[in-house]
Design a protein. Sequence first.
Length: 327
Amino acid sequence: MPLADHHDQRKKPAKQTSFWTGHPDFASVERVKGFEPSTSCLGSKHSTAELHPPAETSKARFQVTGYSESSQKFTSQLLDDFITSRTPGTTQKTITLYHFALDSFIGYPLTPEGINGYLNSLTCGNAKHNYFRCIRTLCRWLYQNDYIASNPIEKVSPPRRQKKLLPTISQEQLQAILNHRHCERDKALISLLWYSEMTISEAVNVKACDFNWEEGTVIVLGKGNRYRKCLAGNGLIRQWFSKHDTFEFGKNGAQTMLGRLKAESGIPCNAHSFRRGFCVHQIKSGLSTRIVQALGGWERITMVEHYSKSLGFDEALNLYRQINTPS
C-alpha cells in the first residue's frame, strides 16, 4: 500500500512560536496535521508491526512509496520509522527535538533543493542550525537503511550562525545574586551551579549520597544518560546536603527561582550563564582549555574556546605576567 502522499495537500499549521524561536508549536502541528494522541513514549500511535516492516531493498522501497528517487518526499511514515529506530538510551527530550524539527518537514522533497527550501522558510536565526542537524541525522539514517539511494544532505551547506558573546556570571555578579536569594536552598543551588559547572537538570537531581566530600566531587547523570564526575562546590553546598537529601524541587522550580533573581538583581542569571561563568573564571585563573573542558564535561573543546572569548587582552596580559614574573 503506498505511503500517504496526501500529506502534501495538508495545510501549513498556524505559527505559534515555542521552544525554538520561529517554529510552530508542536501541539499546534499535531492538531493541524491530524495527528492523534500518541500511545507510546516515542510519540507514535502505530503498532510494532507497522513500525517495523520487513527488510526491503532500496528499489523496493521506492516502488512501495510510489516516488521516484528524484521526487521522493518526506512522510509521516518515514518519520515514525526514524523515531522508532532511535537507540533505547535516547531521552524523551531528544525525541521531542526531532518532532519539533521534522514534523513540519513532512511533504518536502528529500533532495538538496527540498531541504534548502525548508531551511530557508525558517525565521529562527541561529536556531536554524538545530533543524539542520536533525535533518542531517535523518538523511544519514534514511540512506544507511536504503530508504533513499543517495544522501541529499551531503549537498546542503550548514546554515551560517551569527557569532555572539553569551552572558557569563562573574564572581562579583555571583555575590550580588546571592544577596538577593530568598532562602538557604536558593543559595546552595546557585553556588552549586557556579562552582560545579553542572547543567540545571543535573543539579536539581543531585542527592546527598552522590557526593564524595573527601575527594571534593559529585557523580551526576548527564547528557546521553551517562554518569560523570563534577566538582562538589563549596561549604554552602555541603551544609545544605548535611541536612537535606535533595534540593526538594525540580527543574521548573529552579528556573522560576532564577527568573525571579534575574528580575531582582538585573543580572541575566539563567543556568547556562553560571556554567559559562565557571569556564571563564577557570581560564582567567590560568587553567588550560583542555583542563576546563574535562572539568566541565564539554564534549568539544570549541565550546570552551567560544565561552572564553570574553577574556580580553588586558586580562590575558595580567595572567601572563603573574605566570612569567621572575622570582
